[in-house]
Design a protein around this ligand. Structure first.
Ligand code: CP
Ligand code: NVA
Length: 305
């Protein structure tokens, strides 16, 4: 079996590989804006397994594959056999016979680890309960485009210590920035990640204290997919953790705001936050396309199938 590279968390790539990937994403974006034809992966096929809803992830992977000259197939549990109990191990082996890479959005992170173990083609994590590394590629690209290198800067995460927050901790290590996390008690990110990150990541309960000195402020929904029944309890627990233009005023003068979207206005962000000039949430969403094209190119070029 040849070498195969997966992207299950940001730690699957080295620091130089990640940095080069962001630079490449910016280059691919410029090429796309010029409508330059770049189709190195003609007839390559990406299978997309979605066990949770998606707008951005699906559109960006499907569009990205089309622009690279390939094709993408959408699979959901409603109509694929894995929804009727076919083991993931078998699905991974079957897909490896026919397509060139697979993207998986699922619940338990262990499932994607198992999937990768049985896969001979690159496996991409398109969100699990624990991580959302593809989103971080777009976030890092966006910061780089609008403010330059993030190395040495302070980033503040406000809200739930969820999959996005965990991936921000990985990013703090991989891209060398400091991360302040403002979350209520009981909603902390993974302890093991905090231990690996060491001093560069701090939990600062008060959002107002946490955003001081921040060059990037970011947040996410208070109830992630799969936590719908906790919505009411979470509304109560996260009171005071809303990001608003007033909170942004306490951050650095040139601070920007990012949100992976979808957003709940009136909950984790104020009604006007996405319209504030400091918000780059929509270009950030657009960068999913370019960052993932760079990722696909990296994985195809570094895996011998
Ligand atoms: N940010 C993100 O992953 O969006 P979707 O759930 O719409 O794919
Ligand atoms: N934390 C959110 C991110 C959605 C893109 C969720 O898991 O639902």
């Amino acid at each position: 079996m040849g070498q195969v590279r997966h992207f299950l968390t940001l730690s699957d790539l080295s620091k130089p590989e990640l940095y080069a990937l962001i630079v490449r994403a910016i280059e691919l974006k410029a090429m796309q804006k010029r409508r330059e034809n770049y189709e190195p992966f003609k007839n390559y096929v990406l299978a997309m397994v979605f066990e949770k809803s998606s707008t951005r992830t699906r559109i960006s992977f499907e569009t990205g594959m089309a622009q690279l000259g390939g094709h993408a197939i959408f699979l959901s549990p409603r109509d694929a056999q894995f929804g009727r109990g076919e083991p993931l191990e078998d699905t991974a082996r079957v897909l490896s016979e026919m397509v060139d890479a697979v993207m998986v959005r699922t619940f338990d992170h262990q499932s994607i680890e198992t999937f990768a173990q049985y896969s001979r083609i690159p496996v991409i994590n398109a969100l699990t309960d624990d991580y959302h590394p593809c989103q971080l590629l777009a976030d890092m690209q966006t910061y780089h485009e609008v403010r330059g290198d993030i190395k040495g800067k302070t980033v503040t995460w406000v809200g739930d210590g969820n999959n996005m927050c965990n991936s921000y901790i990985n990013a703090a290590v991989q891209f060398d920035f400091n991360l302040n996390i403002a979350c209520p008690e009981g909603f902390e990110p993974m302890q093991s990640l905090l231990e690996i990150a060491g001093d560069r990541v701090q939990i600062i309960r008060d959002p107002q204290d946490a955003v001081r000195g921040a060059s990037l402020v970011t947040t996410d929904v208070w109830a992630s997919m799969g936590q719908e029944e906790e919505q009411k309890l979470r509304l109560e627990k996260f009171k005071g953790y809303q990001v608003s233009p007033d909170l942004m005023d306490l951050a650095e003068k040139d601070a920007i705001f990012l949100h992976c979207l979808p957003a709940h206005r009136g909950e984790e962000i104020s009604q006007d936050m996405l319209d504030d000039p400091r918000s780059f949430a929509f270009p950030q969403a657009g960068n999913r396309l370019h960052a993932q094209k760079a990722l696909l190119e990296f994985l195809f070029n570094n895996s011998n199938q």
